[in-house]
Ligand binder design. Sequence first.
Ligand SMILES: Cc1ncc(COP(=O)(O)O)c(C=O)c1O
Length: 482
Amino acid sequence: MAMRIPARGAGQESVLGALEGFRADDLKWRTGKAWAYVFDAGREAEEVCKKAYAAYLSENGLDPTAFPSLLRLENEIVGMMASHLNAGPEAVGNFTSGGTESIMLAVKSARDWAREKHPEIREPEMILPHTSHAAFQKAGHYLGVRGVPVAVDSETMRADPGAVRAAITPNTILLVASATSYAHGVIDPIGEIAALAAERGLLCHVDGCIGGFVLPYFRRLGAPIPDFDFAVRGVTSMSIDLHKYAFAAKGASVVLYRSKELRRHQIYACSTWTGYTIVNPTVQSTKSGGPLAGAWAVLHFIGDDGYLELCRRMLEATRELAAGIERIDGLRLAAQPDGNLLAFASDTVSVFHIADEMTERGWHVQPQLAFAESPATIHLSVNPSNTAWVREFLEDLRASVAAARLLPPSPLAAMAKTAVSSLAGVEISEQMIEQLLAMVGLRDRALPKRMAPIHELMNVIPPELRSKALIHFANGLFTPPR
Ligand SMILES: Cc1ncc(COP(=O)(O)O)c(C=O)c1O
């Protein structure tokens, strides 16, 4: 039976009760045992944020002249983030729905800036260290800016300024660096990359989506954080997410520019239709005031002193974790972390089996596939709610490594590797992908409890095939019940 709008309206209780029930199988992030997906500063901050969000849920950011409250909230939040990142008095920015949108807008501004300043460039390029977030490639895909991948230092997992320099061509418009990178939690050599951009007359975006908010606090706590923000000459734009370590509700990020002159290229206006006036600084047109009010509320509720304390806890916990991981036989840090994110690898045990073993023990950790300079790793994003669990986590990790050591590698991965190499040059069909996914038990839409066979398979097949398999999977996943 096809899904239909319910014939008759139901009571509030029954509707809300049903929604609550749907969550039974969701990730149990409130336990503090999940090391990804939800950024949790505790019940009180969550409550304030939710109340503010709900209060502004229906206001519409489509027209800031009709809702001056929203304009005020946005300008105040952007102002706070600009000062936090040492931007000068000329800096401007906008509130966006998330890191991906902030990055898309920065890439759009770069593209349209180049169209004006360098009309001779027909196929613009941006230089993307292998560790830069996938959102840049997505932005390039949407906007027609070619991402030029460059190797990173395999010891530090930081971008390599020499490789960036070598990749610059007459088509280059934008250099990209991260502070910090998601996968390994390290800060790229922003000073050198931004100086290179300034020397060549290029734009330079620093992705502070995950690190931008916390790094200034880590520095105040004595961590050796190099200059990474607008204090660095040559940095022209930055992204900083509030729905990560500012603990705002999802749908909250800021994109910042050194000046209006660059931000001008971000804004879209349309006067060639019959309806209301359209002038959109961001991708969305109609947008709820909820995320904006939630973010403003949580910034005021936690405050600078509160964030400093939360950052102290996260930094200490990350250091303890890093030291503890290095003491576990068979594990090594994939890079020395600069903040509160880290990744570890193993040369002797499958990290995918380790992740499954951790799941068995009630934890959620995030496996990352091997790519370019990075081996397969397990990633941890440390939250305030995780900090009470460091000792137990390390004990279970040690036990998980011992258990994983006894598990054989998936024979499917080896088979798939041979099969894929025999297919070199052959166009991969949807049917072949379906067979591949069926081999690892991915029929229908349910994921198996133990994910190692799937991860191991994905880990050995080429990245293009990974992406095709993922698209195929998602195309099936988002199917209405029939
Ligand atoms: C460094 C970095 N950039 C960009 C993003 C993308 O942000 P979002 O998932 O909010 O779109 C993330 C997300 O984790 C990130 O860590």
